[in-house]
Ligand binder design. Structure first.
Ligand code: ZN
Ligand code: ZN
Length: 339
C-alpha cells in the first residue's frame, strides 16, 4: 500500500505527531484530495484538546483545506480528477432530512460531520471528502492564499452578505485579527461604509490598508458613541471573543441595527430596552456550506480580498500550531503541504 505523511492527535491533549499512514481509498459519494495547503484555525483546538463530544482518536485536524482531486469513489457525478477544490468546517450534508429539504443544509440532522473533528482533515498529504463538502477553487487564487478563506473567509463573507447590510450602509467590524482582517476587506469591497474597531491608535494604518473608511480605537474611545456620531451602524460584526467588547459596541447600533456574533462567547448581556425602542437585534451566524465557500473564493478572486498568512511546511506543524495559539500571528497560519 502507498503511504502518506499525516499529522495526528492520538488522544485529547496529546501533541501533534507526524506519522506514516496508508493513503485512504474513497468510498461511494467521496473523492480523495491530494492536499496542497491547510490553514490552522483556532477551532482545531477542539480536536487537539478533545472539546467535542464523541471524537474518535487518532484524528487528523484541519478544516481549511485546498487540494487537487486525485481519485473518485463510486457514484460521484460532476467532479473530476485534476479539479482544485476546498473543504471547510462543514463536512457535508444529506439533502433529504427536514432541515436540508428547507434549504438549511448547515443544520443537517443526519450528517453532522465536521472536517478534522468527526472525520480526518487536511493536516495530511491526502484526505477524503464527500461531494457535498467540495468547493471549486478559481484558477487565480494560490492554494496557500485560498486555504484560510475556507473558514475565516466564508464565516465573515457569508455573515456579511446575509446581514442585511447594503452598499452605502455603515458596517462596523470589531477586532482586526484572523477573522476581522478579512471582514474589513469584505465589507469595504461590498461597498459598505466600513468602520474597523480595534485596540490602539497604531492599528489605524492597517485598518486603512484593509479598506476601512474609519478606525475607532476602543482602548481610548467609546466605540458606541463614535458609531452614533457616524449615524449609527446598520450592522456590527463581532469577531472578538470578548463579551465586554461586544457589550461596549451595542449602543452604536442604529435603527434596525443588527449585531452579528461570530466570536464564540458563552453569554452576552444586552440592553433590551434600547433594542426594543430601536428595532435592533443580536444574531449568531453559522459559517456556511460548500457553495458559500465557493462564493467566498470567487468573490475574493474577483475583488482582490486576500488573507494575510504566515506559512509553515508540514514538518513544522507543532511550531505553526503554537504560533496560531499565541494570538500573535499576522493573521492566519497556513501549512504548505506541497512544500
Ligand atoms: Zn475554523
Ligand atoms: Zn440533511
Amino acid at each position: 500500500m502507498a503511504k502518506m505523511r499525516a499529522v495526528q492527535v492520538s488522544r485529547p491533549g496529546a501533541p501533534l505527531e507526524i506519522v506514516e499512514r496508508e493513503i485512504p481509498e474513497p468510498g461511494a459519494g467521496f473523492v480523495r484530495i491530494k492536499v496542497q495547503a491547510c490553514g490552522i484555525c483556532h477551532s482545531d483546538s477542539v480536536t487537539k484538546d478533545g472539546l467535542f463530544p464523541g471524537i474518535q482518536y487518532p484524528r487528523v485536524p484541519g478544516h481549511e483545506v485546498i487540494g487537487i482531486i486525485d481519485s473518485l469513489g463510486p457514484n460521484v457525478p460532476r467532479w473530476k480528477p485534476g479539479q482544485r477544490v476546498g473543504v471547510g468546517w462543514n463536512g457535508g450534508f444529506c439533502g433529504y432530512c427536514d432541515n436540508c429539504r428547507r434549504g438549511d443544509f448547515f443544520a443537517c440532522q443526519t450528517s453532522t460531520e465536521v472536517t478534522g473533528i468527526s472525520r480526518d482533515g487536511g493536516y495530511a498529504e491526502y484526505m477524503l471528502a464527500p461531494i457535498s463538502a467540495l468547493a471549486l477553487v478559481p484558477d487565480d487564487l494560490s492554494s496557500v492564499g485560498a486555504a484560510p478563506l475556507m473558514c475565516a473567509g466564508v464565516t465573515t463573507f457569508n455573515c456579511l452578505r446575509n446581514s442585511g447590510a447594503r452598499p452605502g450602509d455603515l458596517v462596523a467590524v470589531v477586532g482586526i485579527g484572523g477573522l476581522g482582517h478579512l471582514a474589513v476587506q469584505f465589507a469595504a469591497k461590498m461597498g459598505c461604509k466600513t468602520v474597523a474597531i480595534a485596540r490602539g491608535k497604531d492599528e489605524e494604518p492597517l485598518a486603512r490598508e484593509l479598506g476601512a473608511h474609519y478606525h475607532i480605537d476602543n482602548k481610548t474611545q467609546d466605540p458606541a458613541a463614535e458609531l452614533q456620531k457616524l449615524g449609527g451602524a446598520k450592522v456590527i460584526l463581532a469577531t472578538v471573543t470578548s463579551a465586554e467588547a461586544m457589550k461596549a459596541v451595542l449602543g452604536g447600533l442604529g435603527v434596525h441595527g443588527v449585531l452579528m456574533v461570530i466570536g464564540a462567547v458563552p453569554s452576552l448581556e444586552v440592553n433590551a430596552l434600547q433594542m426594543l425602542l430601536q428595532n435592533q437585534s443580536v444574531t449568531g451566524w453559522y459559517s456556511g456550506t460548500s457553495i458559500d465557500s465557493e462564493d467566498t473564493l470567487a468573490f475574493s478572486a474577483q475583488s482582490g480580498v486576500k488573507s494575510m498568512n504566515e506559512v509553515f511546511p508540514l514538518d513544522r506543524v507543532a511550531e505553526a500550531y503554537e504560533r496560531m495559539l499565541s494570538g500573535n500571528a499576522r493573521f492566519r497560519v497556513v501549512l504548505d503541504i506541497a512544500q
